[in-house]
Design a protein around this ligand. Structure first.
Ligand code: SAM
Length: 270
């Protein structure tokens, strides 16, 4: 068997479940001076190239992930792995699976994949949830399918109509109250157990570091939801949790085939 490659990956936040991200291997984990983790393992050629392709340009928790491989890999191995990674990404997470759903461009780009939305819903099944930035309904429908009663608020009236139509296709429109308007002036008067916010990330959000002020209207929504016992915000993987002190952070991986080793978003529980 050929000599393994020595692979080093850093910085990994302490709160990250790094196993799905790094994949199989005899990983040794060390703590760095800044409190982040560093992982090292001997990997075969294909696994090392695969990891390099997966981690290229990936930022988690406010820093880009670095990977060092020795001896250095041939370009052709890295190119092959990058092509394979791009294929997995394309096929990874489809949005809604039902035909005849309605989506505009932003609704499609920002849609939480169906299986993932349902798995989030299953964590809180039965609660009353306010989905403050409902878009075309990806999360609202996921929560409703899991048995929650949902208040879906959306500032764009056309997109809220899409959410209503999509909820009918999934047979859950009767579990969702649809409200058009700015959630910042609506949330305070609503009774619920959980505030869920999936703010617009922007099409080209910063893959290295995103802060709370990059994601309006999160800050104001948190302030008007102090009467609710749970507040969850769905933010890009590159979000720096130090910009929202005191929150609990979870990296949520994809659940669709080919997507299980990709951090899809961070869930901030405030
Ligand atoms: C990322 S999308 C939500 C996607 C949705 N979670 C899904 O899976 O389909 C964010 C949505 O928030 C809406 N939005 C932005 N600011 C808002 C506000 N202040 N009140 C209500 N909706 C808002 C945008 O119009 C956009 O449709």
């Amino acid at each position: 068997m050929s000599r393994p490659f020595h692979v080093r990956v850093w910085p990994l936040p302490q709160w990250l479940d790094w196993r799905p991200l790094l994949g199989p291997g005899e990983w040794t984990i060390n703590e760095q001076d800044d409190g982040c983790l560093e992982a090292e393992a001997p990997l075969d050629r294909a696994s090392a190239a695969d990891l390099a392709a997966r981690l290229r340009g990936v930022g988690i928790g406010g820093s880009l992930i670095s990977i060092e491989i020795s001896p250095p890999m041939h370009r052709k191995d890295l190119r092959k792995a990058s092509t394979e990674e791009a294929r997995r990404y394309r096929e990874g997470s489809t949005g809604f699976s039902r035909r005849a759903v309605r989506l505009d461009k932003e609704g499609r780009v920002s849609l939480t994949p169906e299986a993932l939305a349902l798995s989030l819903g299953e964590r809180v099944g039965g609660l009353r949830v306010i989905d403050a930035c409902a878009g075309a309904g990806g999360n609202a429908i996921g929560f409703a399918r899991a048995g929650c009663s949902v208040v879906a608020i959306e500032i764009n009236p056309g997109r809220l109509e899409m959410a209503r139509h999509n909820a009918k296709l999934y047979g859950v429109a009767d579990r969702i109250e649809f409200i058009t308007g700015d959630a910042r002036s609506i949330v305070a008067e609503q009774k619920a157990d959980l505030l869920f916010v999936d703010p617009p990330w922007g099409e080209r959000y910063n893959k290295e570091r995103v802060t709370l002020s990059d994601l309006p209207p999160c800050e104001e929504l948190l302030k008007c939801a102090t009467h609710l016992s749970k507040r969850w915000i769905k933010v890009p993987p590159s979000f720096d949790p130090e910009t929202l002190p005191g929150c609990q952070v979870e990296a949520v991986y994809g659940v669709a085939k080919g997507d299980e080793r990709r951090v899809k978003f961070l869930l901030l529980k405030n």
